[in-house]
Each structure stands twice: as C-alpha cells, then as structure tokens.
Write a protein that binds this ligand. Sequence first.
Ligand code: FPP
Length: 269
Amino acid sequence: MSHAQLGRPAVAPPDAHPMSHAPGTDEPPDVGPGPAHVAIIMDGNGRWALGQGRERNAGHQSGLGPVRTVIEESVRHGIEALTLFAFSSENWARPADEVAAIMDLFCDALDRELPMLHSNGVRLRFIGDLAALEPRLRARAAEATAATAANARLCLQLAVSYGGRQDILTAARRLAARCVSGELNSSKLTMDDFASGLALAGLPDPDLFIRTGGEQRISNFLLWNLAYAELYFTDTLWPDFSAADFDLALQHFAGRQRRFGLTPAQLAS
Ligand code: FPP
C-alpha cells in the first residue's frame, strides 16, 4: 500500500525538509525527511499566566510570540502546511470575558501580523465554524484570507471555532448531498471522496502533531486527518514554546519510523 493511499500524498524529495540548525549557521542541517504538514494544539496559556500571578488573558497575549516563531520556523524548514488550533468549538463555554479577550486578540493579530505573513510567503486560511464568529472578526479573517491567497511558501490554517467531529459530520453531509444528486454512487465512495469534504481538503494530512502544556490528548482536533500523524507531547507551556522546542519536535519526528501498518522488513525492501 502506498503512502498516497493512506492519505499521505507524495511530497518533496526526502531531503527537502531538513531538521535543526547547523551549529554556527542559520541553515538547518540535512538530517533526514521532515514533516510536510505540522498540526499544533497550543495549550498552557492560562497556567503560564497564573504561574506568574497574572490573569489568564495575559497568557493568551503572550501566546502570540510562539505563533510567530512556529510560522517563521516552518518556513525556514520548508514545511508546506501548518495548522494551529486557536479556539475549539468547546472553548465557547469559557467565561465570556475570556472569550471576548481571545476574539479581540485574534482581530488585533490579524491587523498587525499581515506584513509578517506576506514577508514569509504565508497563505492564511481559516477552518471551523466561522459563522459563529462576530462579524468584525469574520470580516478580518476574510480580508486576510484574500490578501494572502497568492502566497505559496507555507499554507497556514487557523482552526477557530473548530471541532473534529463537526468537521467529519459536515463532510458526511456534503457526501450525502452529492450521492442524492446522483453525482456520486454511494456504493463506490472512496476515502478521497470523503476527505474532499473535510476542512483540510487538498492538503497532505499532518505528519506531525505537537501538543504543548503537558496534556496527552487530541481534544477533538482533526480527528480524520491525524490518523497516521506522529504524536509529540511536551510539558512546555505554549507561551514558553521556542524555536529550539520546535526543532526538538522535528528531531523526534526524524527519529520515528513511519510504518503505516507495514512491518519493518516490508519497509526495508
Ligand atoms: C489554550 O490554552 C489556548 C487557547 C484557547 C487560545 C489560543 C490562543 C493563542 C495561542 C493566542 C494567539 C493565537 C493566534 C492564532 C493569533 P489554555 O487557555 O487552555 O491554557 P490552560 O490549559 O493552561 O488553561
């Protein structure tokens, strides 16, 4: 079975995504194939702030720095796609003032960070239930999406009001509608037909999943697309997550043997 059949489209040659810095240079050394797509749950903002005797919202504010860092590092490493879990469908249940502060932060960040996205060749898109967002954020998201649409170095997905089960349900509804219209035959549906209705349609599945903040769970993120992702958990709280921490995750990835259900002997042959 090929990687493409398992949702891992052929990507750049194995040496196209080198890992960590070469000592004394800014160039990453060539230490093996890197991930084409990295997905991150940015957890620990609240605990970071409380640990400093500050309000939780200060942690979200400080979480912006590492967002910049992982974008710039992804570009530097030649990673094709980066998907960040910024706000889950369950996060709406947080205290109203925290939700409002996070939404303000997203608006401000979209205004301020557009030049950084452009200078790094980043194409920004949003996944999730955007209809649930307040109109001013929805408008800024649409503007930023349109303004960066021609950039091609890194596809950045911000998951906002996103839930993996809802994503799968939406894809199932789209598929059902295509069957009812006669466009597709329900007895001949393929994995690709299904995946084409998901929020990440058209992108390779994430190869590497990173979660900061010490918890070891997926929390309803990209449930379909993470099927073969390598999972990497770190206790580092998101506001402390640095370029060196990202490099460490990439090094762990480089050390994993990805078997996609095959035996080591099959892979070797
Ligand atoms: C999870 O930490 C973090 C969030 C729900 C918000 C994520 C927002 C940012 C990282 C800020 C900037 C992001 C963008 C994309 C502009 P938590 O509050 O659950 O932390 P805790 O587990 O310590 O309570």
